[in-house]
Design a protein. Structure first.
Length: 371
């Protein structure tokens, strides 16, 4: 029997060795190993779960610091009796964000005629008292302050605003209604989401955008607004300063009213000004130009996307010369089928009091792509 048992042992020994080797090299862990790994993972899970809100909060803080990016492109076509042209009105890129809970900033760049149009920081500690420092719209008049291009119903701003508030100013400034300075502003008597009384008080260079002051004086601007009930705004504005190295006088004053609520828009303003003129061939140094203009606008939101608008707009560049008057009669259609597209069609009859300038019929269409 012993020889037989020994022979069987020799035959089975290789199979036993192969089985042991297979068990050692198996990809599946032993039961006690699985239990050890599961216990380690279970111990790590609470720590990872606790760290997750911290990581999420950090990312949220980082995202809050990043600027919100927006902008728009406005382009169109204009035709009159003796001219016709495609045009690019504005190409704006806007960056805005918060450096702290009550400290914000904004940078807006114009690419159509490259320049920085807005660049300011804004501190808002209280609703009644806020501070703005940098380059931005001068707080003067309703349309220059409250009706930005994407809210304005027509293609062109009124003559009085353009000629007396730094768009194509009679003093020579072309600054899109902006300047460099600092402003205190705020509101009082909060009611249903608006302030009954609001104010703006600013100090500016008086030389337009991206331009250092050319004299030692500073210009002052003040604006007061009253909202007696929702939709109605009564506004009064005053601006006083000196421009150029010769300290030429630049004074502006105006008043207006606006009702914008539901389907109805009614707005009107009067703007006057006194402008010191440099010495010329036909005038002595220290000459003073007095100007005056006013407009009235009405619109009706027929539907959520469609709005017809009409405006009477007149401007007397020199109150001592009736022939310097220009009056524009404008009728327009504003159609905004989607949030990111505005379509405007305006017809304007330009009436000149001077016999040296021919009256014009102008048709313009403009499309605004918003992003």
């Amino acid at each position: 029997m012993k020889p037989i048992a020994l022979s069987l042992l020799l035959v089975l020994l290789p199979f036993g060795l192969r089985a042991g080797h297979a068990a050692e090299s198996s990809p599946f862990p032993a039961a006690d190993s699985v239990a050890a790994v599961s216990a380690a993972d279970a111990a790590r899970l609470p720590a990872e779960a606790d760290a997750l809100p911290v990581k999420t909060s950090s990312w949220e803080r980082i995202l809050e610091r990043l600027p919100a990016i927006s902008g728009y492109v406005q382009l169109g076509y204009e035709a009159a009796e003796r001219s016709s042209t495609f045009f690019i009105k504005r190409v704006r890129l806007n960056l805005a964000g918060n450096l702290a809970p009550k400290l914000g900033y904004r940078v807006q760049i114009e690419f159509a005629s490259p320049k920085v149009v807005d660049a300011y920081v804004e501190w808002k500690p209280l609703r009644q008292l806020n501070v703005k420092l940098g380059e931005y719209k001068v707080p003067f008049s309703i349309e220059n302050t409250d009706y930005v291009p994407l809210k304005f119903e027509l293609i062109e701003y009124p003559l009085g605003l353009c000629r007396l508030m730094g768009f194509e100013d009679v003093c020579g400034l072309s600054a899109t209604g902006r300047d460099m300075g600092a402003t205190l502003y705020g509101g009082f008597f909060r009611r249903d989401g608006y302030d009954v009384l609001s104010y703006d008080l600013g100090v500016f260079n008086g030389e337009g955008i991206n331009t250092k002051d050319r004299n030692t004086s500073k210009d002052l601007s003040a604006r007061l607004g009253v909202r007696p009930f929702p939709g109605l705004l009564l506004s009064a504005s005053y601006y006083r300063g000196e421009y150029g190295a010769s300290y030429l006088r630049r004074v502006r004053y105006g008043a207006g009213a606006c009702y914008d609520r539901g389907p109805v828009v009614l707005r009107g303003e009067w703007i006057g000004g006194e402008t010191g003129l440099p010495a010329g061939d036909e005038r002595p140094a220290g000459g003073l130009l007095e100007s005056s203009g006013w407009y009235v606008l009405g619109g009706w939101r027929v539907t959520r996307t469609l709005m017809p608008v009409v405006r009477y707009d007149t401007f007397l560049e020199n109150t001592s010369a009736p022939s310097s008057r220009q009056t524009n009669y404008t009728a327009g259609i504003l159609w905004q089928p989607v949030k990111y597209l505005r379509c405007q069609l305006d017809y304007t009859y330009e009436d000149y009091a001077s016999h040296d300038v021919s009256n014009r019929n102008v048709v313009a269409v403009m499309f605004s792509g918003i992003f």
